[in-house]
Design a binder for this molecule. Structure first.
Ligand code: FAD
Length: 398
């Protein structure tokens, strides 16, 4: 059975700047300073609406990047594949980051032995542009005046700087925002992987007792997780104590509640489920007809392991003459067993194709049929990668 701790950074500045106990930052800093890893991949805050990935071997930069950004829905997988495949790297991984990395490892794009995934529980991210609209429409704020955001107790808190420099905090219930089409991205609302169990550690605030907020709840999931934690303790960067039984139980209950909510969102946003077969066909044609073959969806996809120049997806300058281009059809089939439904493709689509919904509609059914959930275990082989198709096409069309 995995072990659970409450942990915090010994350095009070890291602890203060950290989202919870600053454990993740202190662990990465200690790993860099002791030569345990060569490089860290973290997220730098540009504003409450923007975070950018930073690869660094400088512990001071890692310290600067402490804290959680909910308006930075980036997936870090591609940065590991493209820039750090040969390095010993440590990084914070939301469940979708960890799942992308695991799928890339199965496709031999990265060596998991070199990667230390310090998992972050994730209730979801917000799309930066929607978040700006939300600040204006629901919070009645000038989006540029918002200096801080936080999600706690089922509410989204925005802190704005008023004239004269005074700060004002406004909170609205997530439920209320989401009923009106704001709040978390659709991909996050319907995601059931809230604790990153395929990472080496899983860190969060669920399970931290009231009154002890400046601590991080840490679950140790692998031997690598154990090793990086031991390195942080032995080098004097973090303190730990056993997690209390009621904290472990509270975390389990919150996770179960969030998963139930996610299942209910799946139904609600699956508008195509309600359509007839011909209605569904019309929906796909209509949604995909505007594709301009820019390739952005493939570029950001954390599970696509094709070479950059690969012609496998027939991305020519000119569109073919089918109602739905072969590019889209092939991508749908290609991702059947590997799509983790992270929504990166939809975020970058310049013509607003509802790609999360479309990919999920096909791949989730296939994954259920194959009994395979991508990115959850390194030991499970992708079924369509090395074995023959063994499914009944007719059953998939029902
Ligand atoms: C989008 C998001 C949603 C979360 N939702 C929950 C939740 O519902 N329940 C829960 O228990 N915990 C959640 N967490 C985790 C929690 O906020 C803390 O990150 C965790 O407890 C570790 O705290 P810390 O003080 O040890 O981390 P810190 O020391 O503050 O380190 C956090 C690290 O995460 C990096 N980071 C910041 N934003 C992102 C991002 N968007 N993607 C990837 N890395 C990022 C930072 O650069 C930093 O390296 C969420 C985190 C994120 C990023």
């Amino acid at each position: 059975m995995s072990r659970c701790y409450l942990a915090w950074a010994k350095d009070e500045r890291i602890r203060e700047k950290g989202a919870d106990g600053g454990f993740v930052t202190a662990t990465l800093v200690s790993a860099l300073e002791t030569g345990f890893i060569d490089i860290a991949l973290v997220v730098a805050k540009k504003s409450v609406y923007e975070g950018i990935p930073v690869l660094t071997s400088n512990p001071e930069v890692v310290k600067e990047c402490a804290g959680s950004l909910h308006g930075a829905p980036i997936n870090l997988t591609k940065y590991v594949v493209e820039y750090a495949a040969e390095k010993r790297i440590g990084l914070p991984t939301k469940p979708c980051d960890a799942r992308g990395i695991i799928e890339q490892a199965k496709r031999r794009q990265v060596n998991l032995d070199n990667i230390f995934m310090i998992g972050l529980n994730c209730g979801g991210t917000l799309h930066p542009l929607r978040m700006r609209e939300m600040a204006a429409d629901f919070y009645g704020l000038d989006p540029d005046s918002v200096v801080k955001e936080e999600i706690k107790e089922g509410k989204i808190f925005l802190v704005s700087k008023e004239a004269g420099g005074k700060e004002k905090e406004t909170a609205i219930k997530i439920d209320e925002l989401e009923q009106k089409g704001y709040g978390r991205r659709d991909a996050c609302k319907s995601c059931v992987t809230k604790i990153p169990t395929s990472s080496d550690l899983a860190c969060g605030n669920w399970g931290v007792p009231k009154g002890e907020e400046k601590k991080t709840f840490v679950e140790v999931l692998t031997a690598k997780g154990e090793a990086i934690l031991k390195n942080a303790i032995d080098s004097g960067y973090v303190c730990i104590e056993e997690a209390p039984g009621e904290g472990i139980e509270m975390r389990r209950k919150i996770e179960a509640g969030m998963q139930k909510l996610a299942e209910s969102w799946k139904e609600r946003i699956d508008e195509v489920n309600a359509l007839s077969r011909s209605g569904r066909f019309d929906f796909y044609v209509d949604a995909l007809k505007n594709c301009i073959h820019c390739g952005a969806c493939k570029e950001v996809c954390p599970v696509c392991a094709c070479e950059k120049e690969a012609k496998c997806l027939d991305m020519n300058d000119e569109r073919d003459s089918y109602a739905i281009s072969m590019y889209n059809v092939l991508r749908i089939f290609h991702l059947m067993d590997s799509c983790i439904h992270c929504g990166q493709c939809e975020d970058v689509c310049p013509v607003d194709i509802p790609l999360t919904l479309i990919q999920r509609r096909f791949s989730e059914r296939m994954q259920r049929h194959l009994g395979y959930t991508p990115g959850m275990s390194v030991d499970e082989k992708p079924p369509l990668y090395e074995t023959e198709l063994r499914w009944n096409a007719e059953s998939m069309m029902k």
